[in-house]
Design a protein around this ligand. Structure first.
Ligand SMILES: NC(=O)c1ccc[n+]([C@@H]2O[C@H](COP(=O)([O-])OP(=O)(O)OC[C@H]3O[C@@H](n4cnc5c(N)ncnc54)[C@H](OP(=O)(O)O)[C@@H]3O)[C@@H](O)[C@H]2O)c1
Length: 242
């Protein structure tokens, strides 16, 4: 149905909530899934459950990404590894945390795209990349200055990559989820005084599930999106349509 049968797809951040849901859906779609996490321990349960092939590296370290990706020869990538950073205003941002958020979200997406696309172009079989961005790159969210900036950088990586990889038959798109109640988001969005006013502004008025993020990722990755590249798809219950 998605044309992903037998296609080798790397999912970074598969040890996290959204990444694991994407791995499950890709395995169900018949893809040959390579699941990434920083450690073997954090991936073991998912590997046991799905049969995905594990791979380990820090997305922000070039030698590690290069070593892991060279010879892996993937057809597709979901860049899902991410770091939420801190809740801070422009006046009190901790620059060490800003650098770390940029290193994981922007540099990490760039490095994986760099080494995956090198082999995709060499193999000459086209391919597809989906970057997991955020609603925070589409609009200004209070206290999300570092995270929003890092995901805006991801969006630029998506567009320029779409431009340059399109002639090789490689599509590059992004999804922009609203909050999914994972560990990354609960400490802030779980607070009633933050959640209430936000959900009041959202047409669908509820948080997304991991599966509701995964399904559009699978769509963009697969054959149903064969004429879509350079697109930014909100998964935000309509929050950014205002
Ligand atoms: N949850 C939300 O509300 C939400 C909303 C919009 C967008 N997103 C985005 O969705 C993606 C997944 O989020 P999630 O909620 O599933 O988060 P999560 O459960 O915290 O998972 C984050 C993943 O990224 C990995 N990671 C973090 N730093 C890394 C590094 N330096 N090198 C390699 N891997 C690293 C983590 O690996 P370890 O297990 O080794 O730590 C984990 O697999 C992220 O890009 C996030 O920005 C999330």
């Amino acid at each position: 149905m998605h044309g992903l049968e037998g296609k080798k797809v790397l999912v970074t951040g598969a040890s996290g909530g959204i990444g694991a849901a994407i791995v499950r859906d890709l395995v169900a779609a018949g893809a040959d899934v390579v699941a990434h996490g920083r450690t073997a321990e954090s991936l073991q349960a998912l590997v046991d459950e799905t049969g995905a092939t594990p791979v380990h590296f820090d997305v922000s370290v070039e030698d590690e990404v290069k070593g892991a990706l060279q010879g892996l020869d993937v057809w597709g990538v979901v860049n899902c590894a991410g770091f939420g950073g801190e809740i801070a205003s422009p006046m009190d941002t901790d620059m060490a945390i800003f650098d770390q958020v940029m290193a994981v979200n922007a540099r990490g997406t760039m490095l994986v795209t760099k080494y995956a696309s090198q082999s995709m172009v060499r193999l000459g079989q086209g391919g597809s990349i989906v970057n997991v961005s955020s609603q925070a790159s589409l609009i200004a969210l209070p206290s999300h200055i570092s995270y929003g900036a890092s995901k805006a950088a991801v969006d630029s990586i998506t567009r320029v990559s779409a431009l340059e990889l399109g002639p090789h038959g490689i599509r590059v798109n992004s999804v922009h989820p609203t909050v999914v109640m994972t560990e990354m988001s609960a400490f802030y969005w779980g607070r009633p005084e933050i959640a209430g006013p936000f959900l009041d502004q959202m047409p669908l008025g509820r948080w997304a599930t991991q599966e509701e993020v995964s399904a559009p990722v699978i769509f963009l990755l697969g054959a149903g999106a064969s004429m879509i590249t350079g697109a930014h798809l909100p998964i935000d219950g309509g929050y950014t349509c205002r």
